[in-house]
Write a protein that binds this ligand. Sequence first.
Ligand SMILES: Nc1ncnc2c1ncn2[C@@H]1O[C@H](COP(=O)(O)OP(=O)(O)OP(=O)(O)O)[C@@H](O)[C@H]1O
Ligand SMILES: [Mg+2]
Length: 148
Amino acid sequence: MRVSEFVSHSSEETIAKGREIAAGLHPPVMVMLSGELGSGKTTLTKGIISGLGAAPEEDVTSPTFTLVHVFHNHCKVYHVDLYRVENFQDLESLGLEDALGEEAVVIIEWSERFSYRTDWPRVEIRLEHAGGDSRRIAISGLSLENRL
Ligand SMILES: Nc1ncnc2c1ncn2[C@@H]1O[C@H](COP(=O)(O)OP(=O)(O)OP(=O)(O)O)[C@@H](O)[C@H]1O
Ligand SMILES: [Mg+2]
């Protein structure tokens, strides 16, 4: 599997990268985001969701309290934050099975806490602080192979 690495120097650049990623996403697909607090997962998601035409970037905010945001415009997009999910029971309470039965783009922050088995195509994106406003973004996954 190919891994593509990129360094972003600003949130604008990260959003632009998200838009670029969106162009290669075809539902059903899961976008698994990992990386520590403030590494830019939600910022990248703004670019992905606006790039998909599902919502303007200012409408994409962190699903910190409700844990799942759903956008349905052009294509169906779930934006999930698993930071507060501590076990399988917590995960089940989010009702993500519904999302997994649809032709959707499912974007998951703190994706290492996602423990369902699915055969959905996945794009894995790891973000890391790289000093100041720089972020290292590593992307791998089947559905992007044709274009990276
Ligand atoms: N190059 C960059 N890419 C992304 N965000 C950046 C960058 N430089 C600075 N920032 C800032 O870093 C913060 C990233 O926050 P964001 O909510 O996207 O992170 P997160 O990974 O979703 O965090 P959390 O784990 O809390 O959900 C924002 O305040 C953003 O403006
Ligand atoms: Mg976030």
